[in-house]
Design a protein around this ligand. Structure first.
Ligand SMILES: Cc1cc2nc3c(=O)[nH]c(=O)nc-3n(C[C@H](O)[C@H](O)[C@H](O)COP(=O)(O)OP(=O)(O)OC[C@H]3O[C@@H](n4cnc5c(N)ncnc54)[C@H](O)[C@@H]3O)c2cc1C
Length: 445
């Protein structure tokens, strides 16, 4: 009996497990075990929609078990990998420790937000990397609206209603656009708040937005945002974050309660101590067949792998597009090793294109040499992502959410799962301390 263990239930892990399922469906001598700390796959391109409230959070996270036929799924937290002894150390959902032996291992544990570029960001900034982050951002925005609606001091209201997005990649651009839609779309319920009270600042650090796509599309986004309420500060980053401020790289200190950090990722810290060779960024180095350089029975893919490009000049970028295509390559190579066919595969892939949603029925898209912007790109964005959703039920659910969103008013309900109120983010205590009294609600009538 051979045991294949797949670590991670994200894009790469699921793609590998699905192909392994097919390869070994009728082979009773092969056991496949998928281990992940959540029992759902986070469909990250939809996270901005979750934060903005245009789709139900549940619909952006299809269950892992829906993808698997032969594989066994174990919800567990991977603590470490001991490659020398072919063992994964994990903590099971009941808190017990477990050692999982393997013959072949697929590591697809992804990356986490890297807050280290700004002092205080890890402590005070929100992220936009997983479902919890998206929930939290939406709730924070709604909490700020509720709070601002009860405060009479214009300076306080401005501070509460200032949102700073750090990072100008896909997450930053899509996140700030979704936030703008949520905030402005909700204002008709908040009679004490004027549209000008809401301030959105996008500090991308780099000199352009969306560096992954054609420069002209990035410039288009800057121009579009300038005509809306998003203040784009090209070439400016966020250097420090406190409970009540964001300090920009220009030295400007912005009073704010909400900084969202999308300024970089780093390899999952669980892999820091793994006895496997790493790149200077901490990603596990693999060959073109996705095998760890020192351990050919360990396959690594997705955001935690340094996969060499065919020209040998660099590594593939950490994208879902790459992770989804690396999974089947790893699976094919494991099958070739178990069956001793010698039919190994190398990973090569040229991305088809990139799309970014800009809210307000606008988007930008680059598909091959074709560039689209505005409404046509928005249709392309929704059409392509709907088609790419992994399960039929998620396609139907998200399709219905989007149709509903076309005519239904913005939903301002704060989901209780991570309900925050002003006090829990240090708001009311600080206000009481500095003003000696609770901020009073506006007079009724
Ligand atoms: C907001 C946002 C938007 C994005 N949009 C796009 C896009 O439009 N197109 C694109 O190509 N890419 C996009 N990406 C990037 C894409 O999401 C990643 O490149 C992709 O998820 C990487 O896949 P992966 O399998 O390596 O990791 P992940 O998909 O992150 O999966 C990692 C898995 O490991 C599990 N895990 C982590 N730690 C442990 C542990 N200790 N124990 C057990 N399980 C663990 C996680 O729960 C998860 O299931 C986006 C990312 C973000 C954050």
């Amino acid at each position: 009996m051979k045991r294949i263990v797949v670590l991670g239930g994200g894009f790469g892990g699921i793609a590998a497990a699905q192909r392994l399922d097919r390869q070994f469906r009728h082979d009773d001598d092969v056991e496949i075990v998928v281990v992940s700390n959540t029992n759902f796959l986070v469909y990250t391109p939809m996270l901005a929609d979750v934060a903005g409230g245009t789709i139900e959070p549940r619909h952006a996270v299809p269950p892992v078990r829906a993808f698997l036929k032969k594989s066994h799924f174990r919800e567990a937290f991977v603590k470490s990998i001991d490659a020398a002894n072919r063992t994964v150390h994990a903590m099971l959902i009941n808190g017990d420790s477990a050692d999982l032996q393997y013959d072949y291992l697929v590591v697809a544990l992804g990356a986490v937000t890297n807050y280290s570029h700004a002092t205080g960001a890890a402590e005070y900034a929100l992220g936009l990397k997983d479902l919890f982050d998206a929930f939290r951002l939406r709730n924070r925005a709604l909490t700020m609206l509720e709070w601002a609606n009860t405060t009479r001091d214009p300076a306080q209201r401005r501070e509460i209603l200032t949102f700073v997005m750090a990072g100008g990649g896909f997450s930053g651009v899509e996140g700030v656009a979704a936030l703008e839609d949520l905030l402005h779309g909700s204002l008709h319920y908040y009679h004490e708040i004027k549209p000008d009270d809401v301030r959105l600042i996008l500090a991308p650090h780099g000199e352009r937005l969306l560096p992954e796509v054609d420069e002209r599309l990035g410039a288009y986004v800057v121009e579009k945002f300038a005509r809306r309420t998003i203040d784009v500060r090209l070439g400016v980053g966020v250097n420090a974050v406190t409970e009540r401020t964001a300090t920009l790289s220009t030295g400007e200190v912005i009073p704010t309660r909400t900084v969202i950090w999308t300024g970089g990722i780093m390899v999952n810290p669980v892999l820091h101590d793994a006895d496997l060779p790493k790149s200077k960024h901490g990603a596990i180095q693999v060959n073109d067949q996705l095998q760890a350089l020192t351990h050919p029975e360990v396959f690594v893919l997705g955001d935690c792998a340094a996969v060499p490009t065919p020209d040998g000049q660099g590594f593939y970028s950490p994208t879902a597009q790459n992770a989804i295509r690396e999974g089947p390559v790893a699976a094919a190579n494991i099958a070739a090793a178990i069956r001793k066919t010698g039919k190994t595969r190398s990973f090569t892939y040229k991305p088809i294109g990139s799309l970014a949603s800009l809210g307000q029925r606008q988007a930008v898209a680059q598909i091959g040499s074709v560039r689209l912007s505005g409404l046509p790109a928005w249709f392309a964005w929704r059409g392509i992502y709907l088609a790419k959703l992994p399960t039929f039920s998620s396609k139907v659910r998200i399709g219905l959410d989007w149709v509903t969103d076309l005519f239904a008013p913005v939903d301002t309900m704060q989901l209780p799962i991570v309900r925050e109120n002003a006090a829990s983010i240090g708001g009311l205590e600080t206000l009481v301390a500095s003003h000696g009294t609770m901020p009073s609600a506006p007079a009724i009538g």
